[in-house]
Design a protein around this ligand. Structure first.
Ligand code: 6CS
Length: 336
């Protein structure tokens, strides 16, 4: 962390009053609102910790402590004990986690996907040491739903993305993947996306349906395209020094709360995508929602190979091991 960002982080932390919390208060920040998926997960985690211990969990939703990059710095420096952040913003920190942006790697079937997150050796064994190197204990990763494109013009193939300035999270491989899709990727922090779409600086972005609905992305775009290219992955981490300083009982308490919150968030998301699309249709009947056919998906799918190759170049020392293990984990849950 630079001196400037340290000062900014500390100032924000003070404004939010987190310096006054007692030692028994665990501070937990996330990238969404309380009633969005990460917020629901966080509330369940808090409920479990508080029901089973004397600890209090103080929740900091998106915006209260800055952008995703800010809360990560605060967690690394120990101002926060817990942080929920998507690998979409940890590309520079843990380049291997960019594997989640190889298109068409994760299955669309939600049950298979949940089983992958539960059983994945990549997530449970290979990633934790990489997060540790960055002062973080990786507690879990979980899915947040099928990623969809929202644009101002209809999209049925890569040609329709030509010259479209498309906002992506600040992740180099995601940038490469949208380049391969034919767009002009524009990495931006979340807080700038609505305004950039409104003023026409960008003409597209991607996110799961629940987020498109809750953040009213449909107000500033006109078309939703389901290319089936990805599912949104997120990660819950703890500050490593804090975690290592916990007693064995406290570590078990944290792990149990994480497990309960994981199963809760998988159940919570059942039907959420379709419900959210219904709500969008109600709020803006002119919004088009198009599921691309297998034939229409093919040119997008064909980019996977080149993006994978780029991942091997920019995905850190363990990129190859991570990609191979990830494929083995996926095969194991897909039964082939
Ligand atoms: O696109 C983003 O930046 C945001 N999307 C989701 C679903 N969660 C948080 C993240 O910041």
């Amino acid at each position: 962390m630079t001196f400037k960002t340290l000062i900014a982080s500390s100032a924000l932390a003070l404004v939010a009053g987190i310096s006054t919390a007692s030692a028994d208060t665990w501070r937990y920040a996330f990238e969404e609102a309380l009633d969005e998926v990460q917020g629901k997960f966080a509330q369940k985690f808090k409920e479990e910790i508080e029901a089973n211990s004397d600890h209090e969990v103080q929740l900091f939703p998106f915006g209260t402590l800055g952008e995703s990059a800010d809360i990560m710095e605060q967690a690394q420096s120990g101002i926060l004990q817990f942080v929920n952040q998507s690998p979409g913003f940890t590309g520079a920190l843990i380049p291997e986690a960019q594997v989640f942006f190889v298109p068409y790697l994760l299955p669309q079937d939600e049950e298979t996907l949940a089983e992958f997150f539960r059983t994945s050796k990549t997530i449970n064994e290979l990633f934790p040491p990489l997060y540790e190197e960055q002062g973080l204990e990786l507690l879990t990763m979980y899915p947040e739903g099928e990623v969809m494109m929202t644009t101002t013009e209809p999209v049925t193939g890569p040609a329709d993305l030509n010259e479209v300035k498309f906002r992506v999270m600040t992740n180099p491989l995601l940038v490469e993947s949208y380049k391969a899709f034919g767009a002009t990727p524009t990495p931006l922090p979340w807080g700038e996306v609505y305004g950039a779409l409104q003023t026409g600086i960008i003409q597209g972005q991607e996110n799961p349906a629940f987020f498109i609905e809750s953040t009213k992305m449909y107000e500033v775009t006109d078309h939703i395209t389901r290319a089936g290219h990805n599912n949104f992955t997120t990660a819950l981490m703890a500050n490593l020094d804090f975690y290592e300083g916990l007693s064995e009982d406290e570590k078990t308490l944290v792990q149990n709360a994480v497990d309960v919150a994981f199963e809760y968030i998988i159940d919570y998301q059942e039907g959420l995508t379709e419900e959210s699309l219904e709500k969008i249709k109600e709020a803006k009947p002119s919004m088009t929602i198009t599921t691309l056919s297998e034939e229409e998906r093919e040119p997008f799918r064909e980019t996977a190979e080149s993006v994978e190759k780029t991942f091997l170049e920019i995905g850190g020392d363990q990129a190859e091991e991570i990609l191979n293990q990830m494929k083995a984990d996926l095969e194991a849950v897909q039964g082939n």
